[in-house]
Design a protein around this ligand. Structure first.
Ligand code: AMP
Ligand code: MG
Length: 338
């Protein structure tokens, strides 16, 4: 199949809507990463997502809507869930809600909850509005690869596998949405994202973070958020993360770099002078910059053929927790405290 990339003109959005209503797949930009969408109410269409990505069938998808009026047919949000939606939608927050029968089991991988999200990206919103169906969508990468933050990344993984990619430029946040379980008295973050624990706690009084967010799951351990169980976000080269003071980290990274043939350093801009003329990939200045750059830098490292990636840990405060959660998984939890 030929994969077309189109700018999001009115005709392109009409074409996307036609494909979605016809049970085909469309990749589209969101404020987090690019999504790979199908009509959430069409089980055959949703199965195509799993096939195109080589995604394990036990990894549920998020259902995207553009209007609160669509919620009632799909799920039963708790009081807390509704408050969170009112405050953070449209935006990078996925809220788990008890699912209704209209949502096929293939979407939720058999779970009785469905992850609901209303994205804020104007192209995503317009596509959802014109298609007028809820759209199930995971990230538009091949399973295990870093999530795509540009249309070119999507093409790299999906060329020949899907008919259409809508090009909305580079994703704003660059890491996937926060996944939140709001079924109990205290909401629990299962996957950190740009809507942080601090932001949720400020609204509803308290918010916990699942302890599996920053450690590998034990063999056979149930994953609260199934996507956290699988190998994920991995570049082709081997990645190690160094955590500690800026000086200690730079020292350890320089030592590791100098005995490698083909290494690259992922570092915050302010630390670049610590690495002299060694090869680096930029992570920007702030935690938000790091989120924005992370997946693109991992893909860039692949393009340039680096076999060894040495990365500075970032702070786990605020959106930094999302960055470290993705980096630790990309590194298969090879994190060294120095
Ligand atoms: P992706 O967009 O590729 O990050 O995939 C969506 C992710 O959302 C999954 O991998 C899960 O981690 C999470 N998710 C979606 N639905 C549920 C659910 N019902 N329960 C727990 N986690 C979910
Ligand atoms: Mg994904």
């Amino acid at each position: 199949m030929e994969t077309r990339i189109l700018q999001p003109t009115e005709e392109a959005l009409e074409e996307a809507a036609r494909l979605l209503r016809g049970g085909e797949l469309v990749a589209f930009p969101t404020e987090t990463v690019y999504g790979l969408g199908a009509d959430a109410l069409n089980a055959d269409a949703v199965r195509r997502i799993f096939a195109a990505k080589n995604r394990p069938a036990d990894n549920p998808l998020i259902v995207h809507i553009w209007d609160m009026g669509q919620l009632d047919a799909l799920c039963e949000p708790s009081e807390t869930a509704l408050r969170l939606m009112e405050r953070f939608w449209p935006g990078p927050l996925t809220v788990l809600c008890r699912k209704k029968a209209a949502v096929p089991d293939v979407v939720t991988a058999g779970l009785d909850t469905v992850g609901m999200r209303m994205p804020s990206h104007p192209v995503a919103r317009e596509m959802l509005r014109v298609a007028n169906v809820p759209v199930a969508a995971p990230s538009a990468n091949l399973s295990t690869r870093p999530s795509p933050t540009t249309a070119a990344h999507v093409l790299e993984d999906m060329d020949g596998r899907i008919p259409l990619i809508l090009d909305g430029g580079a994703s704003d946040f660059g890491v996937e949405s926060t996944v939140l379980d709001a079924s109990g008295p205290v909401p629990v973050i299962l996957r950190p994202g740009a809507v942080t624990r601090e932001m949720v706690a400020e609204l509803v009084g308290a918010c916990e973070v699942a302890d599996s967010v920053m450690r590998p799951l034990a063999e056979g351990e149930a994953a609260p958020s199934p996507g956290m169980r699988h190998r994920h976000y991995a570049p082709k080269g081997r990645l190690t993360i160094y955590r500690g003071s800026a000086e200690a980290v730079a020292e350890a990274i320089r030592r590791a770099y100098d005995v490698e043939e083909n290494a690259v350093i992922l570092a915050l801009e302010d630390h670049l002078p610590l690495y002299g003329d060694r090869r680096t990939l930029p992570m920007g200045r702030t935690l938000l910059d790091a989120a924005h750059h992370l997946f693109a830098s991992l893909r860039e490292a692949d393009h340039r053929g680096y076999t060894r990636l040495l990365a500075e840990a970032v702070s786990e405060e605020a959106v930094g927790l999302a960055v470290m959660n993705r980096m630790a998984r990309a590194a298969a939890f090879d994190v060294e405290d120095v």
